[in-house]
Design a protein around this ligand. Structure first.
Ligand SMILES: Nc1ncnc2c1ncn2[C@@H]1O[C@H](COP(=O)(O)OP(=O)(O)O)[C@@H](O)[C@H]1O
Ligand SMILES: [Mg+2]
Length: 398
């Protein structure tokens, strides 16, 4: 009898243990499920964003024109900036908005008016980014010491001490071209120059010019230089200048519009030696593709290569981007910079952000070496072209 009871009790303990271990397993699985679901949400967001980007890339660019006359039944005569006039129809619902003098966007194939653009000035200003005085300073740039020194001589001194150049009787370079891989800090440098010289930063992206503002490129370029003269001291920054100044475009007969934009740019560069207090900085990832006409004396006659950071510079860039992060003791910047071989400044910035996100997902209050390792692997796996507009453009043109 006693024996039987003993067996029963033993069995109860076993079941108890078993239930306990099941509960433990369950808790573990629940945590895993939570993590997986967080990951799923993140991936869905990524997917959504990539889809959107893809759709935008697939969209053909719209052509811009000015309405010269409104006709009955939603028709209008529209003048393209090349001087040609077209009789076109508007999409349903646009009737009330059509007015002579209004700027409209048209589908390139059918020339149907798809939307009426806001008034002249606004939308052209929209095409440019204007910052009264950028906040970026040279202290927020890691490495690039040689590049900064060259900018000092070519842009900063001519703006801050024009007399010393005059006294010596030397002409500072008219325009400076920064070239280097994407994410190496070209835009950052241009902004820091504007900050140092208390200049207004006016920027225009060559790829947007070609993609979004067909028919308006030349006018935009003219406005850009005019605006700079009004706002001086000013730095004009033309990003992805290869989009307007590629020799491939110059030979393809289809792209007269891009050529016209380029001619306008050349003539502005040639005509603006006398304007004191304005400097032009252009940037490209594709020096090899650039039309040599842009590099002639008096134009972009100072070419500065912006290189990928070496190990020591990578350490400095890590220091800049982790300065506000709660790091754990095991994070050694020199080790990180060793692991981040071949990374650009932008890659390093991404790494720091990703490490933060990994820590967040784990519910941690600080960021350790493990998270940085994961982040470095993730950034390494990302194709370098992800943020590179010029390659996306090539794909679109192909
Ligand atoms: N040398 C650097 N030091 C610090 N941050 C950098 C550096 N280079 C790039 N970055 C980071 O990467 C981002 C993108 O750089 P950006 O200047 O736009 O590169 P580019 O114009 O050459 O493509 C910057 O906003 C900055 O946060
Ligand atoms: Mg840039």
């Amino acid at each position: 009898m006693a024996e039987a009871n003993e067996v029963k009790r033993q069995g109860a303990y076993d079941v108890y243990d078993y239930v306990f271990s099941l509960e433990e397993q369950l808790a573990g699985l629940q945590t895993e499920r939570q993590m997986a679901s967080a990951r799923l949400t993140q991936l869905q967001l990524d997917l959504e964003r990539t889809r959107k980007e893809l759709n935008e890339l697939k969209l053909p660019p719209l052509m811009v024109g000015t309405v010269s006359e409104v006709l009955p039944e939603n028709n209008a005569i529209v003048k393209h900036s090349n001087g040609m006039e077209f009789l076109v129809k508007g999409v349903v619902g646009i009737e009330g908005e059509l007015e002579a003098g209004k700027r409209v966007a048209m589908n390139q194939r059918s020339l149907t008016i798809t939307k009426v653009l806001p008034d002249n000035k606004d939308w052209r200003v929209n095409a440019m980014e204007i910052i009264e005085k950028p906040k970026v300073t040279f202290s927020q740039i890691g490495g690039l010491e040689d590049e900064i020194r060259e900018l000092e001589e070519a842009v900063i001194l001519p703006l801050t001490q024009p007399e010393s150049f005059e006294k010596l009787g030397i002409e500072p370079p008219n325009g400076v071209l920064l070239h280097g891989a994407p994410g190496t800090g070209k835009t950052l440098l241009a902004k820091a120059v504007a900050n140092r010289t208390n200049s207004t930063f006016i920027s225009l992206s060559g790829s947007e010019l070609v993609r979004k503002y067909i028919g308006e490129g030349a006018k935009l370029v003219r406005d850009l230089f005019q605006l700079a003269a009004e706002k001086k001291p000013a730095i004009i920054f033309i990003d992805e200048i290869d989009s307007v100044g590629t020799h491939r475009f110059a030979t393809a007969n289809g792209d007269r519009e891009v050529q016209r934009t380029m001619m306008q740019l050349l003539s502005e560069m040639d005509g603006f030696h006398e304007v004191k207090g304005v400097k032009v900085i252009a940037a490209t990832n594709r020096l090899d593709m650039l039309d040599p006409a842009l590099l002639r004396p008096g134009r972009f006659d100072r070419v500065i290569e912006v290189r990928l950071p070496a190990k020591e510079a990578r350490g400095k860039i890590f220091a800049i981007h982790t300065s506000k992060m709660a790091l754990e003791g095991d994070v050694a910047l020199s080790e990180l910079s060793q692991l981040a071989e071949g990374f650009s400044g932008a890659d390093i910035k991404n790494t720091c952000m990703e490490a933060g996100i990994f820590a967040l997902r784990k519910g941690k209050q600080s960021i350790g070496l493990a998270e940085f390792n994961e982040a470095i692997l993730k950034v390494k796996r990302q194709p370098a072209a992800l943020n590179d507009d010029s390659r996306a453009r090539d794909r679109m043109l192909a």
